[in-house]
Write a protein that binds this ligand. Structure first.
Ligand code: COS
Length: 384
């Protein structure tokens, strides 16, 4: 009887809360935020008010201390309503996670408590203009001067960067050491020498703000360093091993939305004198979408459960969940457009946005090609 797929009463309540918020507040405004490329700050505030922002902040720092299963529950609902909006709280958890992994008790209180006291965000700055997949090749320099570090370099594609209180920055004290030269450090946004350039013209997820960050000789106290010098790369990897699971959850939400919209449209739309839902060509598409959705959801919950238990199997499981769910969701969105025909190709209906949004889920937090490398390494490591 150890295998149990049921949610607890608290988790069901969380799901109902997130679902109601997603349906009533987020979904009706998603198209507007997307078209105006506008940060939905009022939705972030509401998310904070109902207690669903920064949920992983531990109780000792004034938060709820919830795990990845809970993040997945919320992520599916918010992803269903607007993947672009969901990226904002999701990327904040990405900024919180390295502090949970490597921060001292004092650092957790100092950096994370403020995130529970008002609507506020964290961010994670790893990628750079010249490197993304090869994370160990980062070039942002960090030099120690007495009790301070001085940081110089440029970060790229950083979600929430400017809206956040701080970015967890990964920088190198010696690029020739590759991953062994990396330091993880919390850099508050109000420090002198920090500036931001917003990235415009994104294909989708246009509600989520994305930035280039320039650090120009920024001085940061040594007390802001997470872990030891040289541990930064490991901290980044351990973080992403966890935070890829919410990307999978958001993708499951997109896949469910694609199916919901398609099934409803298929019953309403008529061709050859009958609802198109009567044709097997359409039924097969709906069935394929359902098969992908259910398997992606099941595996995403499994990956979250493994991660919450601290089972090292979650490293490959999070990569499988992220790659699989984002591919299932992309195909579901693609088929949803096909079922809607010409109407699916214009923004009067929500399905073209699903495709534009979920494309990013195949790219960020490690491309799906990188996920396959992680999965293959775990297979081969077990045999070597
Ligand atoms: N979890 C924990 N530790 C890991 C790890 C993981 N998933 N992957 C690598 N490591 C550790 C290794 O064990 C190794 O440690 P030791 O020096 O103690 O042996 C160290 O990190 C270096 O590993 P490796 O040599 O395998 O690193 P690579 O340079 O080959 O890079 C990949 C590994 C490709 C997995 C890494 O660069 C990566 O994840 N890239 C994608 C980055 C990304 O997701 N960017 C998105 C940014 S957020 S939007």
């Amino acid at each position: 009887m150890a295998l149990d797929f049921s949610l607890t009463d608290e988790q069901k309540q969380l799901q109902q809360l997130a679902r109601r918020f997603a349906r009533e507040q987020v979904a009706p405004r998603a198209a507007e935020y997307d078209q105006n490329e506008q940060v939905p700050w009022e939705l972030v505030e509401q998310l904070y008010e109902i207690g669903l922002l920064n949920i992983s902040v531990p109780e000792e720092a004034g938060g709820l201390g919830l795990g990845l299963v809970e993040e997945v529950i919320i992520g599916e609902e918010l992803g269903w309503a607007d993947m672009g909006f969901y990226t904002i709280p999701m990327a904040s958890e990405l900024g919180i996670t390295p502090i949970l992994i490597a921060g001292t008790e004092e650092q957790k209180k100092r950096f994370l408590s403020p995130l529970t006291e008002r609507p506020s965000l964290a961010a994670f700055a790893l990628s750079e203009p010249g490197n993304g997949s090869d994370a160990a090749a980062l070039r942002t320099r960090i030099v120690r001067e007495g009790d301070e570090y001085v940081i110089t370099g440029t970060k790229m594609w950083i979600s929430n960067a400017k809206e956040a209180d701080f970015n967890v920055v990964f920088a190198t004290f010696d690029p020739s050491l590759r991953h062994k030269g990396v330091i993880a450090i919390v850099v508050e946004n109000d420090r002198e020498g920090v500036s931001f350039n917003k990235i415009h013209g994104k294909m989708g997820q246009r509600a989520a703000p994305t930035y280039e960050i320039v650090y120009d000789g920024v001085r940061v106290p040594v007390e802001n360093r997470l872990g030891e010098e040289g541990e930064g790369f490991k901290i980044a990897m351990l973080t992403l091993d966890k935070t890829r699971i919410p990307v999978a959850a958001g993708s499951v939400g997109v896949a469910r939305r694609a199916l919901d919209e398609s099934a409803r449209y298929a019953l309403e739309r008529e061709a050859f004198g009958r609802p198109i839902a009567d044709f097997q060509a359409i039924q097969f598409k709906l069935a394929e979408m359902k098969m992908g959705l259910e398997t992606a959801r099941m595996y995403t919950y499994y990956a979250a459960w493994l991660a919450d238990r601290g089972d090292p199997e979650h490293i490959s499981a999070s990569a499988i969940a992220k790659a699989y769910a984002s591919e299932v969701a992309f195909e579901a969105a693609n088929q949803a457009i096909q079922i809607h025909g010409g109407y699916g190709y214009v923004n009067d209906f929500p399905v073209e946005k699903l495709l534009r949004d979920v494309k990013l889920n195949q790219i960020y937090e490690g491309t799906n090609e990188i996920q396959r490398i992680i999965i293959a390494r775990s297979i081969l490591k077990a045999l070597r």
